[in-house]
Design a protein around this ligand. Structure first.
Ligand code: ZN
Length: 271
């Protein structure tokens, strides 16, 4: 990913997605916003206890920097599940101004409508931005360990195929900053769930650290599932940035003990 600067506001873009002129795809950072600590400063989450007015200003600043209309945002009420919404005319602006108004139980958003920016919020979970340049369809998904185990990513690709005829081999995927295997210690129950889901592949996803802790690699799981679904490796870009190691640039739920803001992955088809 490459960093872009708009005044004091910084955001990241994918080298894989940047060349498409009909697409806006960006990941925000925590730099350049209005929120006070512990949400400093570009918190985009309305559900974390921050001042709503500051969050609205932050959303407008980020959207202006990447060239989209903040009032048109569509946001889901993420639930660490596998709820997927195909965004149509009736969903426009849902969640743009209030968490309660967001699409309920929705961890992935898909649309073929131009000028509808889809936003997913994270602080350690993966935000995945998907784009099919052939069918002109975009999606964004929130994927933590529960969502990955539930298959949120393959389900999103399947929903793109079923709703719009997308072929997985056409789909491009950017996987944004998330907590890395360096920092993401998980309990043995969680580790066991992944071993059950992917028998014989333990070493791909789990790292044993001393003395006896297990560390999970969310991005490796995401890549494995996307590959299985038919997404090509050369159509996948991984940020490789650990949120927990980089709390100066990103929010980390784990590193900041649960009291922090959210950065976001935004994707939109231009008209
Ligand atoms: Zn780390």
């Amino acid at each position: 990913m490459t960093e872009h600067q708009d005044g004091s506001l910084a955001y990241l873009a994918y080298g894989l997605l940047d060349p498409f002129p009909d697409l806006v795809a960006a990941v925000s950072t925590r730099s350049g916003g209005m929120s006070a600590p512990p949400f400093d400063s570009l918190n985009l989450g309305l559900h974390v206890g921050d001042d709503a007015e500051a969050v609205w200003r932050n959303r407008r600043l980020f959207c202006a920097a990447v060239g989209v209309d903040a009032d048109s945002l569509v946001v889901g009420q993420q639930a660490h599940g596998t709820g997927i919404a195909v965004v149509t005319k009736q969903h426009l602006r849902r969640g743009s101004r209030a968490w309660d108004d967001g699409l309920p139980g929705t961890d992935a958003l898909i649309t073929d409508r131009p000028s509808v920016p889809l936003l997913t919020l994270v602080a350690d979970c993966c935000v995945c931005s998907l784009y099919d340049p052939v069918r002109r369809v975009v999606a964004v998904a929130h994927a933590g360990w529960r969502g990955l185990l539930g298959g949120i990513l393959p389900r999103t690709v399947t929903a793109m195929s079923e709703s719009f005829g997308c072929h997985p081999s056409d789909v491009r995927v950017g996987i944004g900053p998330c907590i890395g295997p360096c920092c993401y210690e998980v309990g043995h129950e969680v580790a066991a769930e992944f071993e059950k889901e992917f028998p014989g592949e333990r070493s791909t996803f789990l790292r044993k650290e001393e003395p006896a802790s297990m560390h999970l690699d969310l991005t490796a799981v995401a890549q494995r599932q996307l590959r299985q679904e038919g997404v090509l490796d050369e159509h996948t870009e991984v940020s490789g940035i650990c949120t927990s190691c980089n709390t100066d640039s990103f929010y980390s739920y784990r590193a900041e003990a649960g009291v922090t803001g959210r950065f976001g992955g935004l994707i939109m088809l231009r008209a």
